[in-house]
Design a protein around this ligand. Structure first.
Ligand SMILES: *Cc1c(COP(=O)(O)O)cnc(C)c1O
Length: 390
């Protein structure tokens, strides 16, 4: 493994496109290049047929019907469409939105934007394992609350949220519920009906599909959810998202969804076993390690570990052949420690000493065993150096 490429354990950031997905996409670049909205010729019909199929594949993965799937450029857009779209249509009923402290930036920053538009946002805290308390969400509801947005699975610590309980409370109070299911899809069963959500966001590239494509699932049964489009134009996606459909990417998303539905349980049990080897191996070799997130209500492919006394950046420099991620939001000029780790009670120091491991479909036991050794060496070396300095 030494001379080859780093071991990829950053599957919460993005995943390798499954070769079967690449095969499914291939004809749609230079052969089947029609515009799915072209109604007057064969090229358009064939592209449209491919979209119909992909829409069914994505819907099946989450127990939705095809008409409930709105294709977007990714989960960031899905989340923006859900929050802003609901805010726009429901502003007459109220201007209050509830979300949670550990949400992805796409949710938190969109909620901040809604504040600029005159909405009030309540951000509920989480407990030490990253769980929101449905009672606390319910107590935050006021007559003007229009939407709750809480993620299904967290992208940093893997905690799975109590979405079904939240949905029951939202229904009782006639508040809509959106859930960011990006990290959950393909890793745990996701069913919009069982969950009871009104809106659900998905992203292809987190489930071995291509980047730049996602979906917003918008409930149509019962009282259909009404949503204001945030992109106006040709009226694609039943008017909810104009713009020529990215046919190759959507075909790839569909193929990825079909594979995830068929093989997800098997992938999950393999990843869960490998995660066990990773975490146990590291705990065996290094002392004073904190395992972040919920012990059981968690994704099978996530491990987030705090190594007090060893800065994550320094550890990662010591093991460049292991591709992992520190919790910091690297998009800002000054890396801020992770808001998720802070929300579960880690100190700024400990948050900066935390590493996220994300396993994927293609992670092997050999890679995990190798990574355990490299992490142990790197943490020991950084700790020894840090102690020598003080
Ligand atoms: C990656 C991610 C997003 C954003 O998805 P994109 O398709 O990259 O825009 C949103 N939420 C979570 C939890 C994510 O992990």
């Amino acid at each position: 493994m030494g001379a080859s490429r780093p071991v990829y354990l950053d599957n919460h950031s993005t995943t390798r496109v499954d070769p079967r997905v690449v095969d499914a996409m291939n004809p749609y670049w230079a052969e089947e290049y029609g515009n799915a909205a072209s109604r007057q010729h064969e090229y358009g019909w064939r592209a449209e047929a491919a979209i119909v199929r992909a829409r069914e594949q994505v819907a099946s993965l989450v127990g939705a019907s095809a008409e409930e799937v709105v294709f977007t450029s990714g989960a960031t857009e899905s989340i923006n469409l859900a929050l802003k779209g609901i805010a726009e249509t429901s502003a007459g009923q109220g201007r209050h939105v509830i979300t949670a402290a550990t949400e992805h930036r796409a949710v938190l920053d969109t909620a901040r934007r809604l504040e600029q538009y005159g909405f009030r946002v309540t951000v509920v805290p989480v407990d030490g394992s990253g769980l929101v308390d449905p009672d606390q969400v319910e107590s935050a509801m006021i007559p003007g609350t229009i939407l709750v947005s809480v993620m299904l699975a967290n992208n940093e610590i893997g905690t799975i949220g109590p979405i079904e309980e939240l949905a029951a409370r939202c229904r009782r109070k006639k508040v809509l519920l959106h859930s960011d299911a990006v990290q959950a899809a393909g890793k745990i069963p996701v069913n919009v009906q069982t969950l009871g959500v009104d809106l659900l966001s998905l992203s292809a590239h987190k489930m071995h599909g291509p980047k730049g494509v996602g979906a917003l699932v918008v409930r149509k049964s019962g009282a259909p959810v009404r949503l204001a489009a945030q992109l106006d134009g040709g009226g694609h996606e039943r008017g909810m998202r104009s713009g020529t459909l990215n046919v190759p990417a959507i075909v790839g998303f569909g193929a990825a969804a079909e594979i995830a539905l068929r093989e997800g349980a098997e992938d999950a049990s393999r990843m869960s076993r490998l995660r066990g080897i990773l975490v146990d191996g590291i705990l065996d070799r290094i002392d004073e390690v904190i395992v972040n997130g919920h012990p059981v209500q968690r994704l099978p492919n996530n491990a987030n570990l705090t190594f007090p006394g060893a800065s994550a950046d320094a550890v990662m420099m010591e093991m460049r052949d292991i591709a992992v991620s520190s919790g910091s939001a690297c998009s800002s000029a000054v890396p801020e420690p992770s808001h998720v780790l802070k929300a579960i009670g880690r100190s700024v120091e400990d948050a900066r000493s935390s590493i996220r491991f994300g396993l994927g479909r293609f992670t092997t036991e050999e890679e995990i065993v190798y990574a355990v050794g490299r992490v142990a060496e790197a943490v020991s070396r950084v700790r020894a150096r840090t102690r020598a300095l003080v």
